[in-house]
Design a protein around this ligand. Structure first.
Ligand code: MF3
Ligand code: CO
Ligand code: CO
Length: 289
């Protein structure tokens, strides 16, 4: 018997009335009609917006380069934050984190078992062997660029070094997989496979995201999942890939006291790298290096 319940298709793509269909319209509508999640028109950036985001990316890269030049054992995570704030302001930009949903500092500093959203603190002193993620987002002329890097303080253990390296490889794999008219799930699938192959796990509670005109836009960019699922990625979309790779279990918890710091449940180390990407006709372009 025929079911009365038709699978609900999210209709995000609307053609411009009175205008002929473009090749892009036709392609996107074909995926939409098959039941895939497709972007709305607002997620496809204009060339003016892309230039704005690109410029924000240049400042954001400068911020992380400034951190790279200074970061060392004996430094507090608050000193990193001060550096981020100062560099950003000197370049006529604003740190997006500062005041974002009440976040108190200009960047996130996540040491060892902290997965992400660590709050810079003057009492947290970096030690030889620590691994730390510094995550910065810059707003320039209203446009956003978001990236993070891992830093190894001096020399660390081979296991922690491998975690840092595999997290980087996961980001690179996401970048290579990202082709026009692929799905977010294609990236996530390949990223998770690489982490698992190396004996690590992928955090599931947090994901990458569209960005550029706002801090966090659609789509959710999950770093695990099935091929052919999640939103269709088309030229002009700007989004982050930012896999969080855990040495032990993938589960995490949020520090109850500060409401921000995300920690691995088993308190084993975690690593993450992030770039902001523009989807082009051939693949992705990194806007944050
Ligand atoms: N930069 C983070 C991201 O990659 C978000 C940090 S939000 C903050 O999406 F409030 F914690 F700063
Ligand atoms: Co970020
Ligand atoms: Co991000």
């Amino acid at each position: 018997m025929k079911s009365f319940f038709k699978k609900k298709v999210q209709r995000n793509w609307h053609v411009k009335s009175g205008q002929p269909l473009t090749e892009m319209d036709k392609l996107i509508m074909r995926y939409q009609n098959k039941g895939h999640l497709v972007p709305s028109r607002e997620l496809i950036k204009t060339s003016e917006q892309i230039e704005g985001i690109r410029a924000a990316g240049v400042v954001n890269t400068g911020v992380l380069d400034a951190v790279a030049a200074e970061i060392k054992a004996g430094m507090s995570t608050l000193e990193i934050d001060n550096l981020v704030y100062q560099y950003t302001m000197d370049h006529h930009a604003t740190p997006a984190c500062l005041g974002y949903e009440g976040f108190p500092k200009s960047c996130c500093t996540s040491v060892n078992e902290v997965v992400c959203h660590g709050i810079p603190n003057e009492d947290e002193i970096l030690e030889e062997g620590d691994i730390i993620n510094v995550d910065c987002t810059t707003i320039l002329n209203g446009y956003f660029a978001d990236a993070s890097r891992m830093f190894v303080i001096g020399e660390t253990t081979p296991e922690k070094q491998k975690l840092v390296d595999v997290a980087w490889e996961c980001l690179k794999i996401g970048e290579e997989m990202a082709k026009p008219y692929c799905f977010v799930g294609d990236l996530g699938n390949a990223i998770a496979k690489h982490a698992h192959k190396n004996g690590f796990t992928i955090v599931r509670d947090l994901c990458g995201h569209g960005t550029g005109n706002a801090f966090h836009e659609e789509p959710d960019v999950e770093h695990y999942g099935r091929k052919g699922t999640g939103m269709l990625l088309v030229p002009g979309m700007v989004f982050t890939i930012e896999p969080m790779v855990n040495m032990g279990d993938w589960r995490v918890f949020v520090d109850e006291e500060d409401g921000w710091t995300v920690v691995s449940e088993d308190e084993l180390p975690s690593a993450q790298w992030e770039h902001t990407f523009l989807m082009t006709e051939t693949g992705v372009e990194v806007l944050t290096h």
